[in-house]
Design a protein. Sequence first.
Length: 649
Amino acid sequence: MAIEKLAMMNVVGENSYVNEFIKEILLMENVQVIDAYTEIDSFRFTIDVTEENIKEILGFSFLESGINLGQSEDFTRRINLIRDAYEGEFTVDKTVLQGDIDMDQVVNNVYDIYNSLHKRHKVLKLFQEDIRLMDQSIRAYRYLKDAGVTMEEINNMRYFNCKLGALSKESVQRLKRNYGNITAVVVHVGSEEDNEVYLVLSPKDLETETNRLLKSLNFKVIEGLRDEYSKSPEEIIQWLETKRASFAKKADQLEREINEIKDTHWNDSNYAYNVFHLYTRIEDVKKTMAFSEENFYFSGWIPKKMKHAIKQRLSKFENIIILFNEDYGDDHNIKPPTKLRNTWMFKPFEFMIKMYGMPNYKELDPTPFLSISYLVFFGFMFGDIGQGFVLFLLGFIAGQKKFVLGHIIQRLGISSMIFGVIYGSIFGFENLLPALWVKPFHHINTILLTAIVVGVAFLLVAYFYGMINSLKAKNYSSFALGKNGVTGFVLYVTLLLVILAAFTGQRTWSIILLAVIAVLAVILLFMKESVSKLLNMKDASGEGHEDAGVVERVFEMFEILLSMVSNTLSFIRVGAFALNHVGLFLAFESLAKLAGSGVGSAIVYVVGNIFIIGLEGLIVGIQVMRLEYYELFGKYFEGGGIEFKPAKL
């Protein structure tokens, strides 16, 4: 339920074991690699000046970019062919990469497997292409079986060309309407699916005109008529079917042989694929490292709690130097990535945080607050036991299929069921169960007022979040005098109390006192820069002393007051949608009564619930997201963070 504390890890080791070192980094899956050159140039990659480290320190003066693995294109081509032969059966599995890797043996295995597969695979492709062409010809000649001529006679015609093709039924009607304009003999020879097949005999002198007409009719030529076949169509078909059967038999035999080789060498092939993938990733990591003649230099972010475990795991390498930096001070050039850490209940909502933007390393994790507020708002608007249960089931099924929103929908379904119990509503029916609180449609004012009160409560929490974030970021001017800081908070609370006192008939002097406090808060906000300068109060970024013009400050104050009002009133939509949820079902209930009792009525109720769950559920979800992003995030969310992405296979 917080942002994970990170530490910078700098490592110096010998080039002789660089591949094994990077392999350990990839298998650990808890180190985000960064550019070592940048760290060295920024003097953040420092080594203790001792006699033992003199060689590593001197290496800073002779650094080069990452070493190329030098894997040959031939090896890459062969491993890719093997992968294609297995049709994507391989998956990256780090368990098969534990222990030492004999790269020479892996290369030899790849070449042996390739040599066994390549020739057979090549011949099989030739057989399959020949079979495809023969199937094409068999299909074409079947339409000409009753022609009563040999193909030699057709092919040797001096003055006519022959085409076989298909027309749609619509094109056939257009053809019939234009028989008088056709410069060819068109003979119907068969049908296939939704098309009609025609043989077209056209004079060679009118070939261009005929082709133009056929193109206008979307004439689809049927391939397969070959000049090398001279006998009758029936004889050609018989000869092709015999030849095809022979080729198919040989192709089946080759497929069996290839499958036997694949089964025999599956483990070696899978291992080779994983090793190849590992070394490709090693190459990627090397591009971020620096190298001297004898040493490599590596930098990366790690979770602070993993520091000792990682050091112990890497200590197996000889003469390795591992340094950790946990104190970043006020250096704004160092921007640690953000790793969110939440319990199983809140973790799915990290998706919604990342969709808006990653929080920066120094602010509070907004996930728990967003999770709780989202569940409360959604349940308030969509409270129903039955419909919530359907949402829960849909979310469970989607979660099992790895759909990213599945686990969120599960939790929204639970929230909907809880509020359904509070409202006494099940599948829209409010007369079956007693309400633990109120029936929304019978207590409209109560629902709307409660929605605003709940919204105000979350806004107050958002103010506290924002103030804590300002302190953590050392933005003291924004904390004390900002519109989302202490002064803005006091102004908002005071205005709320003034309105409350006025509506509850409090004494005039208490209203005047609150109004005076509100005016003082407005003055502090108006004179933020001047007061900050007087108190020598700055933000960590150096802001806080820049004076704005009077007109600009007036408009800014107007915007602040207006946003406070609009933020508060925005939450009335929570109550409005709770009422809309009930009203929509009442509309379907009226339709069900018109349909009468029995099956018709039941169908209307089922369709109504499906409509409400699908459409209104989506709309409510979007409305809650709007409240989170526009009304609450603006009070505390800083953003601008970079997600922690550890190097892995």
